[in-house]
Design a binder for this molecule. Sequence first.
Ligand code: GTP
Ligand code: MG
Length: 254
Amino acid sequence: IYRKANPTTLPTFLLIGPSGGGKTALLTLTERNTVLPTHTSTVPLAIEALLPEGYTPNSAHYRSAGDPAYERARRFLLLDTPGHGKLRHFATTQLVNPTNVRGIIFVVDAASVAEEAGLNEAAEYLHDVLLALQKRYTGAKTSKGPKEIQVLIAANKMDLFTALPPHLVKIELEKAISEVRKSRAKGLKDSGVALAGEDDSLDEEREWLGEGGEGSFEFAQMEEVGTSVTVKGGNVTGGGVDVKSWFEWIAEQL
Ligand code: GTP
Ligand code: MG
């Protein structure tokens, strides 16, 4: 039992996001330090990874490289999930009881979110992920609340000239999620889930992401439920590789 630390106790980062965003490409790059051709994923895939040199795990800032505790702190699991609409249960079941999940890396194709269809798909998926995190927090039995899970929105494919810059990816996703939130609430009403009565208004509240009221959704509202959402740009392929800001984010969570 003591021969090797059980890999399932390692801090885990989930790769989630719409199909084609670049999750598997990022996983491959992390594992092999090189980019290989990918196919659309049909099953999840976990790898044990090591924070590359040049990044310092947050928990080991006062230790030096080579120190066993420092080296241990560099280890993490990366779990890739299929983005296809019919295969998202692999990702969403991870959110029901995310024992060792330290963070979620939501990978989006920043060029595809420049168009309405791509934006809406990403917003719907992200809405559901954030709502799952919110429910986990508000439904927690302990007074301390569950361990925090942070979210990185990896705005990928910055090498494409049609890619939206990260600050616009953020604004566009927030706007689109506001719309998702509205139509979901309307759907609940129309479906008759919320017939008059107190319990139903409670239901509606539970299904409403972020702050109530007329305002729009902002990622900052997730702070209330223990999740900070950060958007950072990069690219996995496309001539050069730029994943620095994503690894910096992972290092901060370790
Ligand atoms: P699913 O498995 O279907 O959920 O998709 P995925 O998110 O795993 O996407 P995948 O990693 O397979 O990448 C999809 C396509 O995007 C591949 O052809 C990649 O080579 C390409 N790709 C990934 N990252 C980049 C990038 O930074 N720039 C460009 N131009 N293409 C990229
Ligand atoms: Mg994949």
